[in-house]
Design a protein around this ligand. Structure first.
Ligand SMILES: Nc1ncnc2c1ncn2[C@@H]1O[C@H](COP(=O)(O)OP(=O)(O)OP(=O)(O)O)[C@@H](O)[C@H]1O
Ligand SMILES: C[C@@](O)(CCOP(=O)(O)OP(=O)(O)O)CC(=O)O
Length: 442
């Protein structure tokens, strides 16, 4: 195992993996253990410069058991999903040799060797921003590199899928389809790249982050309840999604933004409709909006105030109608954050003006932390300081400006990003999250 007698070596690999946002949603499984979906889905990979997971993995004969640290805290790797990924990877591991360090690991050694995993998400975890997608894809990708797994990305996607369904789509950049597959063992339930990130690189994506707290209903349990109780999901999976997949692939191939936007918004709305059709109903879009409201001036009741998603959807719908052709598409995942995809930089600048008009920051917020990611969009929008936001006029499509409401403080921050690349290995040692001497987090 170790050529240098007595020395406990540590071998590490670090990788970075993007997150993705589905434009045709995955919602519902036909096999809970293997994570096999009831329909195909399509996603856009987001630029890892703005949203990504970085994971360092290490192996050493000194390690006594598999361990993982996520965002600075040790977490258990004993869950079935992590174990399934580890088992699949170990069974495909190959010989590894590092002459410089005098390390030789044979295929058989991997059965006994233990790994350490240190991972960090540069965005909120479990808040509906697909941290499980980037996180599990990164775990599988980095361990596959460490263990010299000689499989292509589609085979790795089938392993990542067993960690979290949407993770299989994070193995590629650009535009990705997860093919549901037919086989009972899940071997044909894999992700494929439809087009790389350069194919349609004028798209700009703005994410309105509403709440970075953990959501109340996890995607896993939410979609289980939907499959068990909703009639609408059967119609969606059988009749609606297959047609939409064909149309979406065509829209992406032809860079047909009006078709892309129409399908994206319709699919997001239908996903939330099946959530509402679930027993008990799931309200993702207004999770943060359960507010205490006065009732007959005397007592208070808890009502669901759709104060966030309604203004966003209505702003986009009104503007698209006014322009006569879609400028922007909206999509909401299993949380209230809005993902807005605009046709190009010009549309993105106009969108950001509208978003900042409707959702100005609290007075004590710093503009630099209110709009993060690609800040050049902010400049294109003519916004250089806070007073530029205060001076924004209502969008021209608003007829009755007396009825316009501004929702100060409802958005935590905006992330400006774009379609991005797939996973990469980071060779620069300084990017590693693991101390190469101890094998523990740095
Ligand atoms: N970097 C990571 N490495 C390994 N596992 C991770 C990582 N990040 C997140 N996870 C796992 O994913 C879980 C969060 O998944 P969950 O589906 O609840 O939220 P989300 O992915 O942020 O939201 P959604 O999938 O609905 O968009 C975490 O509790 C953790 O188990
Ligand atoms: C709404 C979604 O984001 C649901 C994602 O669900 P997960 O992939 O998080 O669920 P599990 O497979 O149970 O881990 C839609 C999508 O990404 O396609």
């Amino acid at each position: 195992m170790a050529a240098e007698s007595g020395k406990k070596w540590v071998l590490t690999v670090t990788a970075q993996t993007p997150t993705n946002i589905a434009v045709i949603k995955y919602w519902g499984k036909r096999d809970e253990d293997l994570i096999l979906p009831i329909n195909d889905s399509i996603s856009v990979t987001l630029d890892p410069d703005h949203l990504c997971t970085t994971t360092s993995v290490a192996v050493s004969p000194a390690f006594t058991h598999d361990r993982m640290w996520l965002n600075g805290k040790e977490v258990s790797l004993s869950g079935g999903r992590y174990q399934n990924c580890l088992r699949e990877l170990r069974s495909r591991a190959s010989d590894v040799e590092d002459e410089e360090k005098g390390i030789k690991i044979t295929k058989k050694d991997w059965e006994k060797l233990h790994v350490h995993v240190v991972s960090y998400n540069n965005f909120p975890t479990a808040a509906g921003l697909a941290s499980s997608a980037a996180g599990l894809a990164c775990l599988v990708f980095s361990l596959a590199k460490l263990m010299n797994v000689k499989e292509d990305h589609s085979k790795l996607s089938a392993i990542a899928r067993q960690g979290s369904g949407s993770a299989c789509r994070s193995l590629y950049g650009g535009f990705v389809k997860w093919i549901m597959g037919k086989e009972e063992n899940g071997s044909d339930s894999i992700a494929v790249q439809l087009a790389d990130e350069k194919h349609w690189d004028d798209l700009v994506i703005i994410i309105a982050v509403v709440s970075s707290r953990q959501k109340e209903t996890s995607s896993t349990s939410g979609m289980r309840d939907t499959v068990e109780t909703s009639m609408l999901i059967k119609h969606r999976a059988k009749e609606v999604v297959p047609k939409r997949i064909i149309q979406m692939e065509e829209a992406i191939k032809n860079r047909d933004f009006p078709a892309f936007a129409r399908l994206t918004c319709a699919d997001s709305n239908q996903f939330h409709a099946v959530c509402l059709d679930t027993l008990p109903p799931i309200f993702y879009m207004n999770d943060t909006s359960h507010r205490q409201e006065p009732f007959f001036n005397s007592s208070f009741i808890n009502v669901i105030v759709p104060h966030f998603y309604l203004p966003i959807i209505s702003c986009v719908e009104k503007w698209n109608r006014h322009e006569e052709t879609p400028q922007v598409a909206y999509t909401f995942d299993a949380g209230p954050n809005a993902v807005l995809i605009s046709h190009n930089r010009k549309a993105a600048a106009l969108l950001l003006q509208r978003l900042l008009f409707y959702f100005p920051p609290q007075s004590d917020t710093d503009l630099n932390s209110y709009v993060i990611g690609d800040k050049t969009i902010l400049k294109d929008a003519g916004i250089h300081e806070m007073k530029d936001i205060e001076a924004l006029a209502p969008p021209p499509e608003i007829k009755d400006t007396n009825l316009t409401q501004r929702h100060k403080g409802d958005v935590s921050y905006f992330i400006c990003t774009r379609p991005g690349r797939g996973p990469v290995v980071l060779t620069d040692e300084s990017r590693s999250l693991i101390n190469p001497e101890t094998g523990l987090p740095k």
